[in-house]
Design a protein around this ligand. Sequence first.
Ligand SMILES: Cc1ncc(C[n+]2csc(CCOP(=O)(O)OP(=O)(O)O)c2C)c(N)n1
Ligand SMILES: [Mg+2]
Length: 788
Amino acid sequence: MKNNKLSQISNSQKISDIDLRILKDIEKKISWLSAWMIHNANNIRPSLDGIKVGGHQASSASIISIMVALYFKILKSEDRVAVKPHAAPVFHSIQYLLGNQNQDKLENFRAFGGAQSYPSRTKDTDDVDYSTGSVGLGGAITIFGSLIQDYVTQHNFVSKNFKPGKMVALLGDAELDEGNIYEALLEGAKQNVRNCWWVIDYNRQSLDAVVADKLHLKIDELFASMGWRVITLKYGKKLQSLSKIKGGNKILNWIDNCPNDLYSALSYMGSKGWREHLNKDLKNNKDAINIINSLSDEDLNETMSNLAGNDVEAVLEAFIEADNDDIPTCFIAYTIKGFGLPLAGHKDNHSGLMNNDQMKGYQKNLNVKNGDEWDYYSGLDSSEDLIKDFLSKNPFYEGDKRLFSDKKIYIPNKLNYKNAEVSNTQEVFGRILNEIGKEDSDLSKRIVTFSPDVTVSTSLGGWVNQKQIYNREHKEDIFHNEKVVSAQKWLASPKGQHFELGIAENNLFLALGAAGLSDKMFGSALIPIGTIYDTFISRGLDALNYAVYQDARFLLVATPSGISLGPEGGAHQSIITPLIGIGQPNLLMFEPTYADELEIILRYTFAYMQDPKGSSVYVRLSTRNIPQIKREINEKIEEEILSGGYWLEKSKNKSNITIVFSGVMAPEVFEALEILKEDNLDVSVLSITSGDRLYKNWKEAQKQRSIGNKVLSRIEELFLDTRKESVIVSLIDAHSSSLTWIGGAVGKKTVSLGVDEFGQSGNLKDLYQHYSIDADAIVDACAQALSN
Ligand SMILES: Cc1ncc(C[n+]2csc(CCOP(=O)(O)OP(=O)(O)O)c2C)c(N)n1
Ligand SMILES: [Mg+2]
């Protein structure tokens, strides 16, 4: 697989001289526009608040040739790209030339409503495939994008003329410091990922520093060990030609041995620095010295800084060579950060900006006329017609063909499952999925599940037994074939509907993110469901945030949760997750108490995930068995449950105490209720199925009121049934602050119970008592709330 050589490319694939000239012109234009866009935002657009606008001229300059080669010669409409976050100006400039971005957005780069600082699927309007910003995640999601592309193709969910594309990641070299990269690579290797290219902008600089020497060797080995082809692009065309001149190889060897920081410093210093060091270090090699002496200052600087990643011709040759198969390929492209700018190579250039004089000089060099700064053609060598014609043939030119959608998946009016008198929400989730698995319905076919090595312990076992594990190849279940008794059948096949992931929660969320974009990216609607232990959401939280930031749609089933895990102990008992549920945009959270609530919530979720105004959903479940209540579910109860809160117990009179609770604490609430009733107190019980939804609804009502609409939020309406001076006691097996806001919303004194410290092993009685969430604690809290 390993292929380090740049072999000769066939004549038919050779780049014509005309094309090359145009590409160099385009490269020049993109260099100008990306630097100008940032300069305009920082120096020309009036600032109203004095806050630095920023932007990354050096980071952008580093990757221009790579992106020009890709977007103007290699990529096809079906290919998808995650662009290095700090190359957003390059991306926006490319889309501008291709007619997919307007000048106004560029003039407003980093301003409200303008082109975004980092490419954003949802906020930008110029056809971003994957959002980026949090380094490491953009690269990693391309692996999962590729797996999902294979999945929908093998399940025949794609249209007849669907063509699989390449998933391309453009990464900064420092992104490889992020651990999630390796988790993703390993998962990709296990699943035999293909159609995936990672192009590493190897400028050997991060934000603060110049990276360790010879890092490329480690990167090379790493990708090769993961089954990737590695292509190193080191010398540009000028440097390559040195190898043919006597003494030239000495100069190339000198570059090979030059420490990264010295090379960067010399790139910044220019010809004087190069000459001094080369003359000193190569003084014993006459041929090499002759070459150096024969070059003018400008030529010497251009030659010594001619790395392949900044040379569009060299980059193109490498891309063309690898473009004939589906082998996952890593390109290590040597570049100079800030290439072509006065900032080139300076170690502090990450946030560096050219000053007015430097910008003027740059404009002069590129021949861009004053007043023509946003012009498409000013300063270019090729004629306007030639460039227009070239651009108009680009598959992305004025394109709107890349956003797909599929028809909605039908969701039945009822999901079947057998309930018991006593049960828990995790088990019921498993039963519901198991029943769906038996059906020959659209829903049953389109659900795809994911779990990071907690499939069985989150109750997905029954579903997987029916639906098999997904793999591009058929794989027998050896234990089953050898008649080893096991409840699990782990047959893997291209028909499978479950992704069995290794224990890496980042990968779970990236996979859900990729699957949750399948409708828009491949025109194949899926219902992706991921299961995870609730507490380990935090482990992959940034990847979860990243997935919903792009508006990927999925269901996250987090179970078990809270100290109700009992003996499992503090490392597994989640505390802050309901706060994540409230705080995380694009993720609606529910925490059902009873099986019937869960059925309603899941049914609702499957539709909500498909609603353009919907979002992803997170349900927090538990393994605690609790007595179920017998009731006839009708539309009204369904609505109330889905509204986020409903009266589970209402006192005959308007209550003076409201116990507000979520999830599995119902038995303690009812126990406390009996005690309180003995004291003739009017107590009502409000079950909170979604604090998140209630909170959002309350905020929306405030917004409406601010524009003169007289509306009450759901939580305010509910409390109309309580006495004016009544109090609230809230209770949740999670951080007590999760429900405290309700007191503020309805203007009532509130005492909040919950788990604010780390949990520990124990039985529920001991734990609930220790953390003061048992019936006695509820009664005490009521007394406290009523006292002055
Ligand atoms: C998760 C995360 N941590 C920190 C940052 C802040 N940050 C932005 S860029 C950067 C270094 C980027 O270096 P590299 O990936 O090599 O990019 P380039 O040199 O091409 O600019 C850092 C640390 C971030 N964007 N994301
Ligand atoms: Mg870098």
